[in-house]
Design a protein around this ligand. Sequence first.
Ligand code: ZN
Length: 258
Amino acid sequence: MKTALHPYNDRKEVTVQAYTAEFGPKLDSHGRHRERPNARCPGCLEPLIIRGNDRPLQDQIFSHNRNENPPSCPLRNMADHRYAFLQPVPADTQRGRLLRADFFAHWQAHYGHMRRLLNGYMDVDDFIALIREADADRLWSRNQIEEWEITYIFLAWKEWPPVRNNRDEILRAEWLRFWFDSRVRTFEDIWIRTEGDPRIIKATYQNPARARIPSLQHLEDTRILYIDRNFLQANYRPAVDYVVTKLHQAFPNEVEAP
Ligand SMILES: [Zn+2]
């Protein structure tokens, strides 16, 4: 991967170049191995090694060490990290009904924030499908969920393939995926195992083209996505009429026509 967690600072990402600038190159001026702290994997916090030491700095990458019993890590084994709720669908609660109403009152802020994190393009049908899935799963009534968490759960809930417009032109060429760090194996773990402070990793893949779904060989970059709990108060670009109309058609009681 091109970026990793800084050795000591959980709020800082480093490239191999930035890491080398801070901790020095692999060999000191006498050609001896330098003692350097390891950068860490944003997914599992395991120390990472640098691969491609014989290549130019900008081509070097961080990589997990070979390990007989590797820790579960979404960046190592993606198949282990498709999220679902393990607990059965709960009863509808009053709190859940209010949360759903709040979500619809601010749906444009959620939509705008998601679209921004998806590099500017989200198919409105995907957004609608996620809301329907949230309804079927009663996401609103689970785990004392907070409104700002919904957007991040939505992002991690599905794959984000390249987006085309209705003339079949490519709007976003990359395939995107969002993971929680390896403490999170099911959605319930977000609240149980991270004390409400999960890291989210955004992975960018080349369009897998004929391969149906991207695999590690298509991975281009991973970035830590620092959670913004205040995006609901921030400005967003209003959705265009076409999107509002679609939302209104899907949820006529909740969303007014444009
Ligand atoms: Zn890892």
